[in-house]
Design a protein around this ligand. Sequence first.
Ligand code: DHB
Length: 394
Amino acid sequence: TRTQVAIVGGGPAGLMLSRLLHLAGIESVVVDNRTAETIEHTHRAGILEHDSVRLLVDAGVDRVLRDGHQHEGIDLRFDGVSHRIDFEDLVGASVWLYPQTDVFVDLHRARTADGGDLRYGIADTEVLDVLTQPRVRYTDAAGARHEIVADLVVGSDGSRSVCRSLVEGATQYFREYPFAWFGVLVEAPPSAPELIYTRSERGFALVSQRTDAIQRLYFQCDPAENVEDWSDDRIWAELQARLAGEDGLRLNEGPVIERTVLPFRSFVQAPMRHGNLLLAGDAAHTVPPTGAKGLNLALADVRVLAEVVERALGGRGGRGDRAALDTYTDRALQRVWKAQHFSYWMTTMLHRGEGASDFDERRQVGELTSITSSSAGSAYLAECYTGWPQPAVR
Ligand code: DHB
């Protein structure tokens, strides 16, 4: 196969890129070693910044406006008291609760309907010759070997990226954390209309939602925690204890239908381009989940990437300006490091550190009080949470 852009990784980032390129008259082929069903059933985060929603809607993918829930704020809860951060009041913005799995389903459907070349469930992906004439090789479900020859390769193949290792001489920046999240899906109606980010002496907890009948909840745990050790009763007791307060807040309980331990890590690899290979999303950077920046950051990469690829390849009838590719890393990384800081900050402000002293505990509450008692502090959090303005196109 000959195409303009070979996209390795068909999650939301890869599919969104392929959709944006299609709208600009640029051909692409998407490959992914997972099946579409696997991706669709892998639960991920659920919050979209307003500009992520706009990007979807502008690309003709607008189910989020009907099935998503607009949230105008969040609660920060500590010492058993909730403090609302009103995004709409503070910065005139909001976010949308809409699961990443739905974003995937919508983009997959849109790209299938517009004739996209999507190859899921393949194996043994290899990316070759990215400094000259890039090629992607893989084995299909029937065992046959295939080759795609492309002008550019985009690696949107997630946190265990194979494309990432092809960027020679790259610098990797890491930060590990001594904890993880225990995430559950439960059959019970929402316990609150908006998200509750909680700091308690037992550790962090997050109350989120999915549908009228399903809740999504998380609590800080040991990275080595075994989900088998947690009965429904034990999970509910822990969550209720972390959320407890003078206001008598109680979570609506129900059967736990899914439980997973989520890894926690901050990571950036720079540059995000090597010759004709460009990285997007988790392939180039990972954030801890606190603040839900992962998908939003991947979509922001893709928005910039679609524009530079269009300029480099010329789009419909245009002439290519290869120098556009040189601007990608710097433009994308500005937002990446802001999101790295925000995710790190939300994490350290709300989680219990290993061996935290009484001083550490009280200082953390002092930090939370500084944010919630100051409109400047609250506006800062609101601005980061709802998403920084996208850089102007061109
Ligand atoms: C969800 C996940 C997050 O990491 C977060 O900060 C907020 C919400 C979620 O899955 O709903």
